[in-house]
Design a protein around this ligand. Structure first.
Ligand code: ADP
Length: 745
């Protein structure tokens, strides 16, 4: 009797390599195996598909172990001229059929994905040709009537329609930001100017976001050439004025594909020459080149690629000959699928618009937030700091922190102060949170007082968890009056939200609180309502990933289980996303708690896995999962029960998670949100509307909600919002936990 044929999936990486490809391959292989498929890695891209033999290899659960943290692509990538020919594709089809493969996950750029689509369309004809040539028999051809394909975009440029982020772009931004941070310190020491060229032929994403996160002074991108023909004078005037107002260095970022309005290239060398000739400054060029492809993948590239790899398999299993092939991407924090060739066409549309010098269209195709980021950057590099008090109705706005330190707080203050001053208002900094507000630690800040703050971790203004009460509110009201404060921006966590809510609630008693107040979410815990992500959480995830990489490396010689405790208070975001990004087998979340029964089941799983030959096991536990089943309790329990089979070690990561310089993502989000907050304060104060609000991202958009809603949006008795989008990702973590029983070696 004929048995149901197993579905056989091939996965390949093609075109340029990108960090995170390994995470995607790992997720494809493990999800495929969990869903009862055979998964094959096709080494060296399409070249391996054409050569076949050992370049098409079945993968086991363990063969993708330990690759999540590796850079590049372990299955290799190549460009293949042969795949552009029909003979080449016919040979590729024959090699796939030799293994019964008729589903493909292709990870690459637009060339690779276009090639995949062509291959899919030709498949039935290629099979007929193979039958005619006697390479395969008619039954084989009949068993594989169509080729299912799904595309994932691996490209460091982030130049693709259909996904907000491509695999590798975030890591490349990390490398660029690290380089800019390093260059800034030497540039400032010698009062030098640096011109840095970054990748991006048709896409200014890396240049613009790198410039924002590195606190650069000027940027050139392909989609938005300088508006004036004499860009040289415009740039030199701006940089000269910046130096006159006290900057010790100048940093100019140039995308590879930068050009002027007439399509003539603007190269890093052109910029250097202009700066040396006109400003007489010692100017150096640094071309970052392949550094941008190097290093280890960022936390985001690990978890995002894991999610889209998982979804790619789900898509392949449900595809039909009629369904258009899909591209799996991420949009607004959700995994999405979009018709593949529509994405390829839109992507090419940007390149065509640039070639046709239709820059408005090119910017429009990039999407709204790109244009907004460009405008914000433009204001931030304004080099003639306007004098405070020059607005039609000059106002005084204060900035305060509250809660634990979150990397990115300084970035947000810098943007708020500069934009406020730029609009002709006076900006005040309140030191040491609400305690400082009570004590009157309030001082004016100017353009230069936040110089260098774009990049440094911690909170220069100081922060703590103080929530004012009783007579302290009176002291705050007095200070608002004394300093004539027209609006308040709180950048921080839950205690700040509570404090601001209290001020708003006490307005009838203290009329001084009748000013616009806005909260900007900044906490590594990501436990605030109204925002899917808070500033600092991405940096903390990167710190966790970096620490776990080291912990794993320390365990080369023995069979070991690590229990890593992460922060997050009552919110499991860091634990779950940290688990996805590090490949943890188990995560303990405060939303789920843990019982003795869970621990027993996990222990049984672990014993079985180590008996099968497992060498390393990783568990991530949130700090507040359960007061009794503490990290050291679980550690002792597993150690005792594991006997000689494995050792158990605990690692409580602690405050390293709150430290470190902010990640590029946190710097960019802090910049965008702070810009919106200042807009809000200026508008509400000008219109005499003393609203209390909190801002955040939902579905990729910035939203502003009323502080009156804050308590209702929180879970009772727990410091976390009722709605947490990321809880849905538990299914993926579950699927990648253990091999199913029939796939165990
Ligand atoms: P990327 O995928 O990063 O854009 P390339 O454009 O170099 O990189 O494409 C990678 C490989 O994909 C090529 O070497 C070739 O084998 C295949 N490929 C690209 N374009 C096509 C096409 N139009 N038809 C068939 N194969 C293609």
């Amino acid at each position: 009797m004929a048995t149901q044929q197993k579905i056989k999936i091939g996965v390949l990486t093609s075109g340029g390599d990108a960090q995170g490809m390994n995470a995607a391959v790992r997720a494809v292989v493990r999800t495929g195996i969990s869903r009862g498929c055979d998964v094959y890695a096709i080494y060296e891209g399409y070249e391996g598909m054409i050569q076949g033999g050992p370049l098409i290899r079945p993968m086991s659960w363990d063969s993708v172990g330990g690759i999540l943290q590796r850079g590049g692509t372990v299955i290799g990538t190549a460009r293949s001229a042969a795949f552009r020919t029909r003979e080449g594709r016919r040979q590729a089809a024959a090699n796939l059929l030799a293994h019964g493969i008729d589903r493909l996950v292709v990870i690459g750029g637009d060339g690779s994905l276009t090639g995949a689509d062509l291959f899919r369309r030709e498949w039935p004809e290629l099979l007929q040709e193979l039958v005619a040539a006697g390479v395969i028999d008619a039954t084989t051809a009949a068993c594989h009537p169509f080729l299912g394909i799904v595309g994932l975009v691996g490209s460091i440029d982030n130049d693709f329609a259909g996904t907000d982020m491509t695999i590798g772009a975030d890591t490349a931004l990390h490398r660029i930001t690290e380089a800019l941070d390093s260059i800034t310190s030497t540039a400032a020491s010698h009062q030098r100017t640096f011109v840095i060229e970054v990748m991006g032929r048709n896409c200014g994403y890396l240049a613009l976001m790198g410039a924002i996160s590195g606190g650069a002074d000027w940027v050139f991108i392909p989609e938005h050439p300088p508006e004036v023909d004499d860009w040289q004078t415009q740039m030199c005037d701006a940089l000269r004025a910046g130096r006159q107002s006290g900057r010790r260095d100048s940093l100019v970022v140039v995308a590879e594909g930068a050009q002027d309005r007439h399509g003539a290239p603007i190269t890093a060398e052109d910029v250097r020459r202009v700066l040396e000739e006109r400003l007489g400054e010692d100017t150096r060029v640094t071309i970052l080149g392949h550094v941008q492809r190097g290093g280890v993948p960022s936390a985001f590239d690990r978890w995002m690629s894991t999610l889209i790899g998982y979804t790619a398999v789900e898509e392949l299993l449900s595809t039909t000959p009629e369904r258009e092939p899909q591209l799996i991407g991420i949009r607004e924090n959700r995994i999405t699928s979009t018709p593949l060739m529509q994405c390829v066409a839109e992507t090419r549309g940007v390149a065509e618009a640039i070639a046709a010098r239709d820059y408005e269209r090119a910017m429009a195709l990039r999407g709204g937030s790109f244009g907004e980021a460009y405008r914000t950057f433009g204001t931030l590099v304004q080099s003639r700091p306007p004098q405070p008090g020059t607005a039609a109705r000059p106002m005084r706005f204060a900035v305060i922190h509250s809660g634990g330190p979150a990397p990115g707080m300084n970035t947000a203050v810098r943007v708020a102060v500069r934009l406020g001053v730029d609009h002709g208002h006076t900006m005040l900094g309140i030191r040491n949170g609400f305690q400082g507000f009570i004590d009157g630690e309030i001082a004016e800040m100017n353009w230069m007082s936040v110089s260098g703050w774009a990049t440094i971790g911690g909170a220069e203004l100081g922060t703590n968890r103080k929530v004012p009460e009783g007579g302290e509110l009176y002291a705050i009201a007095r200070n608002i009056e004394r300093h004539n404060i027209h609006g308040l921006l709180m950048i921080g966590g839950i205690s700040g939200y509570e404090a601001c809510h209290r001020l708003v609630a006490q307005r009838t008693i203290f009329p001084a609180f009748n000013i616009p107040i806005i909260c900007l979410p900044a906490t590594i815990d990501n436990n605030l309502p109204g925002s899917e992500l808070s500033i600092g959480a991405d940096t903390a995830l990167n710190s966790i990933v970096e620490a776990v990489d080291r912990i794993k490396q320390s365990a080369v010689a023995s069979r070991r289980c690590f229990i890593v405790e992460v922060m997050g208070r009552d919110c499991g975001y860091l634990a779950l996303l940290g688990g996805l990004a590090t490949g943890a087998e188990r995560v303990y979340l405060p939303e789920e708690g843990v019982t003795l029964r869970h621990l027993q089941a996990d222990l049984d799983e672990m014993i079985a896995a180590f008996k099968r030959g497992k060498r390393l096991s990783l568990i991530i536990r949130n700090e507040r999962v359960n007061p009794v089943y503490s990290t050291s309790f679980i550690c002792d329990l597993f150690e005792e029960e594991g006997g000689k089979l494995f050792e158990v070690r605990q690692s409580i990561l602690g405050h390293l998670q709150q430290g470190g310089n902010p990640s590029p993502f946190d710097r960019i989000q802090a910049t965008r949100l702070a810009a919106k907050c200042i807009e809000f304060l200026i508008d509400r104060a000008a219109h005499g509307r003393p609203e209390g609000a909190f801002i955040g991202y939902k579905g990729g958009r910035v939203q502003t909600l009323s502080l009156d809603d804050f308590p209702r949006m929180m879970e009772p008795n727990h410091a976390r919002p009722r709605e947490q989008w990321w809880l849905d990702l538990r299914a993926v973590a579950g699927a990648l936990r253990h091999p199913p029983a029939d796939a165990r070696g």
